[in-house]
Design a protein around this ligand. Structure first.
Ligand code: MG
Length: 149
């Protein structure tokens, strides 16, 4: 699947620090054959990706639409259709489907939010499009093409 991660407050704190568990999560998802993207309402995030040494996990970075997501994606140069989004902003997750995470504003070593994502995605794939976790938002129709995983 094409999995899109938000940058600010999803994987990066306000001071630029990387959220605990991000690298481990990216590694597991890549090992399972998923394709990972980073997008941000602040622009293209290659700088943050490289700063934290994550470039081997990330296929591309895009500018993220902040409203009217489905329609604005193409105009903003998003050349790949997200199968699932991971974001701290609930509206985009309910619109596009995926996993809502708690905002990571301040660096906190004990933050475990990234650990909940892998089981949700694994369950989603195993159950062909569903997860019972309350942080999971149903993917809008048409369902993603799971054959690509
Ligand atoms: Mg965010």
């Amino acid at each position: 699947m094409n999995i899109f991660f938000d940058c600010d407050y999803t994987i990066i704190a306000m001071n630029g620090g990387l959220r605990p568990g991000v690298r481990e999560l990216f590694q597991r998802l890549k090992d399972d054959g998923h394709t990972l993207y980073i997008w941000s309402g602040m622009g293209i995030s290659w700088h943050e990706v490289r700063k934290h040494g994550l470039e081997s996990y990330i296929t591309d970075c895009f500018h993220k639409p902040l409203f009217d997501y489905q329609r604005r994606m193409k105009g903003m140069g998003v050349t790949v259709v997200p199968d699932m989004v991971i974001d701290d902003y609930p509206d985009i997750v309910s619109a596009l489907g995926g996993v809502r995470v708690k905002a990571y504003l301040y660096e906190k070593d004990s933050d475990t939010e990234m650990e909940k994502i892998y089981p949700i995605i694994s369950a989603f794939v195993a159950r062909n499009g569903h997860s019972s976790d309350t942080s999971f938002f149903e993917i809008p129709q048409p369902l993603p093409n799971l054959d690509r995983v």
